[in-house]
Design a protein around this ligand. Structure first.
Ligand SMILES: O=C(O)CCC(=O)C(=O)O
Length: 268
């Protein structure tokens, strides 16, 4: 698990120097995009959000470019060193005014984050090494940390991205993100290599899958290097092995019903 910053790796992309809130408003027009205003999530017309009165307050988060705004694709490339395009799950747009804050959380995907305009600060925490104070694995907030990343003594890395910089975060890497200035970014989510995920996080993932309506399709977001290896079997075996070696606080015994149920749902 880890992260890597490649400074200026995307400087030659068409989006750099071209994208602004006005350009995005023109290009996306009346298309509805997800916007967080205060604590309230809404879908609003891009032009209204990016051009209008809402602009100073709104956080455009995780707007699909790949499926929702393909006209923007021509201004982008695939990040250098990224996995095969066959494993690409999503390309998202993030726009936020200065001070905009996404609190500490992790995602289950391989993330290539590209800064297009303005500056963004990432505080990176590895949940396999540092107690992010995660909610119980059964909580809907299982990916959110409660650790105060601003307090001293936290084992965290701080990175400020400038236009053209690319940050690669492994799946399950904790991140707390703040716009230092008005900021536009794009991120590429790829399928996660399950064999690279720490066993405790595989355990948490398995528990979450056991609560999910469609665990089989959720598991499509994960891969193994060896095509013959079965992702579902690997997941179950990793959790069994992890549980057998633990009497720890987060861990339920491997004999618990949920693991058997999950095994039926995934492998059956
Ligand atoms: O840029 C942001 O505000 C948040 C980005 C994020 O959470 C992500 O890329 O997973």
């Amino acid at each position: 698990m880890g992260f890597e910053v490649v400074r200026g790796a995307a400087l030659s992309w068409g989006a750099i120097g071209l994208w602004s809130s006005a350009y995005l408003a023109e290009t996306l027009g009346s298309r509805e995009i997800p916007v967080r205003v205060g604590g309230d999530d809404r879908n609003l017309a891009a032009r209204e959000v990016l051009h209008g009165e809402l602009a100073p307050y709104s956080y455009v988060f995780q707007t699909s470019i790949l499926f929702g705004a393909p006209r923007l694709l021509g201004d982008l490339s695939l990040p250098l060193g990224a996995p095969s395009p066959a494993d690409l799950l999503e390309i998202n747009l993030w726009y936020g005014p200065s001070g905009n804050h996404a609190p500490l959380h992790f995602d289950t995907k391989d993330n290539y984050y590209v800064q297009v305009a303005g500056e963004k600060r990432f505080i990176l925490v590895d949940p396999a090494k540092t107690d992010m104070q995660l909610a119980d694995a059964s909580s809907p907030d299982w990916r959110k940390g409660r650790l105060d990343v601003g307090s001293g003594g936290v084992d965290a890395a701080e990175i400020v991205l400038h236009p053209g910089d690319v940050l690669h975060m492994d799946p399950f890497m904790g991140h707390d993100v703040t716009a230092v200035t008005d900021s536009i970014s794009v991120n590429f989510w790829y399928k996660a290599r399950l064999d690279r995920v720490a066993p405790e996080m595989v355990y948490r993932l398995a528990f979450w899958l056991s609560q999910s309506d469609d665990p089989k399709s959720e598991l499509n977001g994960f891969i193994l290097p060896n095509e013959r290896a079965n992702v579902a079997s690997f997941l179950i075996e990793t959790v069994q092995e992890y549980c057998s070696g633990q009497a720890g606080k987060h861990v339920r015994a491997a004999s618990d019903d949920w693991l058997a149920e999950l095994e039926c749902l995934l492998c059956g």
